[in-house]
Design a protein around this ligand. Structure first.
Ligand code: F6R
Length: 609
């Protein structure tokens, strides 16, 4: 996710202010930090890997000279969390410093082109191309202003960005711009700020100008000038007065991180769909070669693995074994060997049970692949190949946005493998790929249109003593995940089963009014699921169904229902279908008087076995 900040102040030093503002953005990323200031016609830079306090202790971030500067707190996406990859990044001459939040999709092509023109790169980041491209454009257009050259540069950048740029060539200006990554400008008495988020400058000013996608802003002590990147035309915008408390600001006005993170899912999915192709290809090659593939994880990440086993089987005809990490050694330890491949999935990359399974498999010469949200975590260090799921830090203890991002990565892998193996027709492939691209919008629609309905359902069932969650096929994984969320956040004992299995025992629990949640996409399982709904109704169950829009058949059977947009292919269905279940857990927790961000007895990262 990363946080950027920049400031120009009339009097005094910018560096301590940048440092304090970055601290307030640390929730956006914390694996590296850096600052750049301008003083006496020169750039001054300090940066390193590590948390802000650790880096400050060693490097003293406050003693950079100058009244203008930019800073960055990083959550690695391209390149490990090393000093060389920390922002700000500079051009060859050290005349342009850039901080960036986002992903430059075409960085590989641009880097190649710039290297061809003699530019020398220091880091493995996508951001560095921006600094070199500005340098190149400045060289070719010496009469243009810095802002004009940055506009030229951004017209060639594909992907997402919020950037801030400074240069001793125009030592009294910060140029910042945005496309799909947040950017706000703060107007102080004798100072101007730009930041990824309002909390960065809220103690300094509550006057903010929200910058929109495709806009570039020039900050100077005279004021701000906003232009459209596409046309260079001027934009007029009045500042807003922000009446949030600092705590509300960190949560973006949401009462809890969990709700903020549920709402962030469309943005996270967009980032996840921008993964670098060559990492996906590399992992696909390993999966294709494997004799047996174990998908190993805990908790929510295990549910992503369970869903992935359906994706790999349906799309790529690859049999995979999803295994709960704490059971892996007992269940498969002895049979794992050099021909085995372990795809370990862990948001934190530090879960002790997952790492123990990985280590046991490594000792038997198995190939380790990793999917994680934290580059630099133990999992990335022990994996032959790893993919970063690009969700940004998740602060709520309950995994929400990281689950849907994991599913989106696993779906991309399954699709790639299907392509490689020639198992799925081009038409089907095109259809699924098109829907995958649409998922951010679909999830956005679910959150927007169904939240109130889920709130009402939570109110109605707030005193339920127990819930069943049932689904068939890939929706079994969705059911398991819905049940975990409700249990861990709202403390409602719940049971999840593949719907077909419910009649082999669990159904004996059902009596008048027993709430059963059915996950019911209109896939091949739909007819059979209707049979299961009838079984439950016949025994007096109350039916709550998550259905496709316009599924009249299930609507008639259900006491309550939540609708998901039509036409999501079954292999992608857990992504939108889990959203109402996350919201249900959240609102049930509120109804029952619990804090969803701090469930009792749980930790975000479980580092003990
Ligand atoms: C549930 C939850 C946990 C984690 C599990 C694995 O909401 O967050 O079940 O999914 O502890 O954590 P990672 O993915 O970090 O290995």
């Amino acid at each position: 996710m990363c946080g950027i900040f920049g400031c120009i102040i009339k009097e005094g030093a910018a560096a301590p202010l940048i440092h304090q503002s970055l601290k307030r953005l640390e929730y956006r990323g914390y694996d590296s930090v850096g600052e750049a200031t301008i003083h006496e016609g020169k750039l001054h830079i300090k940066k390193d890997s590590g948390k802000i306090d650790e880096v400050h202790k060693i490097r003293n971030l406050d003693d950079l000279p100058g009244n203008i500067g930019i800073g960055h707190t990083r959550w690695a996406t391209h390149g490990a969390p090393l000093m060389v990859n920390a922002h700000p990044h500079v051009d060859c001459e050290g005349q342009i410093a850039v901080v960036h939040n986002g992903i430059v999709e075409n960085f590989a092509e641009l880097k190649l082109e710039l290297e061809g023109k003699g530019h020398v790169f220091q880091s493995r980041t996508d951001t560095e191309v921006i600094a070199h491209l500005i340098e190149e454009n400045l060289k070719n257009n010496p009469s243009l202003s810095l802002a004009e050259v940055v506009i030229e540069t951004l017209r060639r950048i594909e992907g997402s960005y919020a950037i801030a740029v400074i240069s001793p060539k125009e030592p009294d200006k910060i140029i910042c711009a945005r496309n799909e990554s947040p950017l706000v400008v703060g107007l102080g008495e004798n100072a101007l700020y730009c930041a990824s988020d309002i909390p960065a400058f809220l103690p300094l000013t509550n006057k903010a100008v929200i910058i929109e996608d495709g806009e570039l802003v020039t900050l100077s002590l005279e004021g701000i000038e906003i232009r459209k990147i596409a046309t260079s035309s001027l934009v007029m915008r009045e500042p807003k007065i922000i009446d949030w408390t600092p705590e509300m600001a960190v949560k973006h006005g949401y009462p809890h991180f969990m709700l903020k993170e549920i709402h962030e899912q469309p943005v996270c999915l967009r980032n996840t769909l921008r993964l670098q192709e060559h990492y996906l290809d590399l992992m696909t090659t390993f999966l294709d070669r494997a004799r047996e593939v174990f998908l190993v994880a805990c908790g929510t990440s295990y549910h992503a693995c369970l869903a992935a086993s359906y994706m790999f089987s349906k799309l790529a005809f690859l049999v995979t074994y999803p295994v709960i990490a704490s059971e892996f050694v007992e269940q498969h330890g002895k049979s794992v060997n050099i021909d085995s491949t372990i795809l370990a999935v862990s948001q934190s990359g530090e879960t002790a049970d997952t790492l123990a399974a990985v280590n046991a498999a490594r000792q038997r010469a198995a190939t380790i692949l990793g999917l994680t949200n934290v580059i630099g975590s133990t999992l990335t260090r022990v994996s032959r190949v790893y993919i970063s799921q690009q969700s940004g830090p998740e602060i709520g203890v309950a995994a929400t946005k990281t689950f849907t991002s994991q599913l989106a990565v696993l779906a991309q892998l399954a699709l790639r493998l299907a392509k490689k193996r020639g198992k799925v027709s081009q038409d089907e492939m095109d259809f699924i790929e098109a829907k995958l691209k649409k998922l951010p919008e679909i999830v956005e629609a679910v959150v927007k249109n169904q939240e109130e309905k889920v709130k009402d359902i939570a109110k109605k069932y707030r005193d339920a003593k127990v819930f069943f969650f049932l689904g068939r096929g890939i929706s079994t994984a969705t059911a398991y995940e819905g049940r975990l969320k409700l249990m861990e956040i709202a403390y409602v004992p719940s049971i999840a089963f593949p719907a077909g299995e419910s009649k082999h025992g669990p159904i004996s629990l059902v009596e008048q009014g027993f709430p059963v949640i059915f996950i019911c996409p209109k896939d091949e399982t739909h007819k059979t699921v209707i049979g299961n709904i009838m079984e439950m109704k016949a025994r007096g169950a109350t039916i709550i169904a998550v259905i496709e829009e316009g599924d009249e058949e299930v609507k008639r059977l259900a006491d309550d229902y939540v609708e998901i947009p039509k036409g999501v292919p079954d292999v992608l269905s857990p992504i939108p279908f889990v959203i109402p279940l996350q919201l249900l857990a959240y609102y049930m927790a509120l109804e029952r008087g619990y804090d969803p961000d701090k469930p009792r007895n749980l930790a975000k990262s479980v580092t003990v076995k």
